[in-house]
Ligand binder design. Structure first.
Ligand code: ZN
Length: 286
């Protein structure tokens, strides 16, 4: 909850900024928040979550009717992991109507890319969200699974240098229809994240590489959005919309805000309009 009524301001004097919503919940009667305001609201909500001082609570009948009658005006769009331990609204102490949330295993755009990118475009164009936050988390099972695949393949490749493997024994390649299940296909697409993390670390244990891969994957998802969405790219280039990364620490409850992608300036020069699964060109986005 981002301070639903003026009367509650006294309860939040420790917060630097207080944003009110005219109907007790955020709706289209409220003005959009800027990217910087949105980040401050998310940070304040996470502080309350960490301090066990959450204010969101439940919705009364008037608030539910307001949401149903007056449409959406969320503070931000968040792409998070589907992990049940990472409920986006709760860790930002938010209410229905506060955050436009997209989640899948691994907070990735590489699968269901059209629905993820298209949904972000919808939130930016139609709901006027000015902040897009890609939120990874510590201990991500999807990233660990991909890292284990990467390590197994690396070990297999070392073995193959002395023993030629038959075609039927080759592991499925990223994006290949040879994946033995949709889950393996999803992990295949995250293997390059683990590979890049390994390169950046100069090697390491599976756990060390997986931990670093969480951040690599956040940048990869952001870079994917910038590479394949003209709408997002133009909004970010104009300064109207911010696109930042963050990592949720499951143990402490704190969200570390990472800022914008190191490749943002470079990727703003891309010309992609459509994701590959819908006919757009394939690019290296990591
Ligand atoms: Zn996860």
């Amino acid at each position: 909850m981002f301070c639903s009524c003026l009367g509650e301001q006294a309860d939040h004097q420790h917060e630097q900024l207080v944003y009110t919503s005219k109907l007790g919940v955020r709706t289209t009667v409220d003005e959009p928040l800027s990217a910087s305001q949105a980040i401050e609201v998310l940070q304040a909500g996470n502080r309350r979550f960490v301090q066990c001082d959450v204010k969101a609570g439940g919705l009364g009948p008037d608030m539910r009717r307001a949401l149903a009658s007056h449409g959406q005006r969320p503070v931000a769009t968040v792409i998070g992991c589907a992990d049940s331990r990472c409920p986006v609204e709760q860790l930002f102490d938010a209410r229905p109507g506060d955050i436009f949330v997209l989640r899948n295993a691994g907070n990735t755009c590489t699968h269901a890319e059209g629905s993820m990118v298209g949904s972000v475009e919808y939130s930016v164009l139609n709901l006027e969200t000015k902040m897009i936050l890609v939120l990874g988390h510590t201990g991500c099972g999807a990233i660990m699974g991909a890292t284990k695949q990467f390590m197994e393949r690396s070990a297999q490749e070392s073995t193959d240098q002395s023993t030629e493997a038959s075609e039927s024994e080759q592991p499925p390649q990223p994006g290949s229809c040879k994946s033995r299940s949709t889950l393996l296909g999803l992990l295949d697409a995250l293997v390059p994240v683990a590979e890049q993390a390994c390169v950046e670390l100069g090697g390491g244990s599976t756990e060390e590489i997986a931990a670093h891969a969480v951040k690599v994957n956040v940048w990869r998802t952001i870079n994917f959005l910038l590479s394949y969405s003209l709408i997002i790219r133009e909004k970010v280039a104009s300064g109207e919309v911010g696109l930042q990364g963050a990592i949720y620490d499951m143990s402490s409850g704190a969200v570390e805000f990472l800022g914008k992608s190191p490749k943002q300036a470079q990727l703003l020069n891309y010309d992609g309009h459509v994701v590959p699964s819908m006919g757009g060109p394939v690019r290296q986005v990591s």
